[in-house]
Design a binder for this molecule. Structure first.
Ligand SMILES: [Cu+2]
Length: 357
């Protein structure tokens, strides 16, 4: 009977663990599968500190259990007085020096990497021709979406960060309204985006996001600072690609400043009436001019509003009732203003905003 019960307990423990651990190790969003040098450095620190803590726990628990078992009153009798060790030099030395060593072992690499990963000295460097050596992205976090501006390339995008692989990409992080936090679990972070000061750091992306099997070809980014009712939906996506492909993407983004191919002219008309006040459809020009995200490459995105499926139905759903999907967000719902036919052509038009072939 006892044996059966024990087996059953073990089984349920394993079952629960399976559910928990199933959440780990997904390439597109796991710190445990780092996809860049920064992520790897952070991961190694994590392992180092976990191992040290584990050793301490094991040693302490072992001593504790030995003491419990060996010095039971029932075993040694009421009058037993154990050996008195007060003032023992040997013991005092052990429990002073060992923790100091452990803390040094933790502190030295932690401080080293904190400075290394925060080193943005190379950020503004230019080559002989005066061209910037490194890619810089200005990130602005807003309730509840992300804007990515490439100041040296003259383009801006939203919700989807596109970066070249195998080089340092430098970030200027700022928030427009309240405090948010920029985090790409598989690649590195997180760093707060504050309202009144710019935080800087760099990341390295060394895996092609195209090769991620179940992540739709993107890494997942998150807001990691509770910022309001839709905080949990404040996601963004990261596309990484080889340098030549990235350069191509930049060129086509820059071309959205000129006349674009319009997939649905009626849709464009509706857009120009109801939406253009808050949304730009050209990636060229500064940020912060409009209240809503830049929609220049909306057709190439992987999500609507950062988290909904990227298809026509979800898009129409979003425009009709934005507040149902993302409570508290700054876009009004249009379900009452626009007819089904208008919504349909509008969605057709937006899905056609594409620079990828
Ligand atoms: Cu948030």
């Amino acid at each position: 009977m006892m044996k059966g019960l024990k087996k059953w307990r073990l089984f349920s423990l394993l079952a629960v663990l399976t559910v928990f651990l199933a959440g780990c190790g997904q390439e597109e969003l796991s710190t445990l599968l780092p996809a860049g040098q920064v992520g790897r450095d952070q991961f190694n620190l994590l392992i180092l500190s976990s191992v040290i803590m584990l050793v301490v726990i094991i040693v302490v628990v072992t001593i504790y259990v030995i003491a419990l078992v060996r010095f039971r009153r029932s075993k040694l009798g009421e009058d037993f007085i154990p050996e008195q060790v007060e003032g023992s030099h040997k013991l005092e030395l052990v429990w002073t020096v060992l923790p100091i060593l452990l803390i040094l072992l933790l502190a030295v690499p932690t401080v080293y990497y904190t400075y290394k990963l925060g080193d943005v000295a190379a950020m503004g460097e230019v080559d002989e021709d005066g061209n910037p050596e490194n890619l810089i992205v200005d990130v602005t976090a807003k309730l509840y979406w992300w804007e990515f501006e490439y100041p040296d390339l003259g383009i801006v995008t939203a919700q989807e960060l596109v970066v070249p692989m195998d080089e340092k990409v430098y970030f200027n992080l700022i928030a427009a309204d309240v405090k948010h936090s920029f985090w790409i679990p598989a690649v590195g972070g997180k760093l707060d985006t504050n309202v009144d000061n710019v935080n800087k750091f760099y990341l390295v992306f060394d895996k092609d996001s195209n090769d991620i099997k179940n992540g739709d070809g993107v890494f997942y980014g998150k807001c990691a600072e509770l910022c309001g009712p839709s905080h949990a939906l404040m996601d963004f996506k990261v596309k990484t690609m080889p340098r030549p492909e990235f350069d191509q993407w930049v060129t086509s983004m820059q071309a959205t400043g000129e006349k674009q191919i319009v997939a649905n002219e009626q849709g464009e008309e509706v857009f120009n009436q109801s939406c253009i006040a808050c949304h730009a459809v050209s990636a060229v020009g500064g940020s912060n001019e409009k209240q809503g995200p830049n929609l220049a490459t909306f057709g190439d995105r992987n999500r609507v509003a950062g988290f909904m499926d990227h298809d026509k139905e979800s898009l129409i759903d979003w425009i009709k009732d934005t507040q149902k999907h993302k409570p508290g967000n700054k876009m009004p719902s249009f379900g009452e203003q626009l007819s089904d036919q208008e919504l349909d052509v509008l969605a057709e038009y937006l899905m056609g905003l594409s620079v990828e072939q």
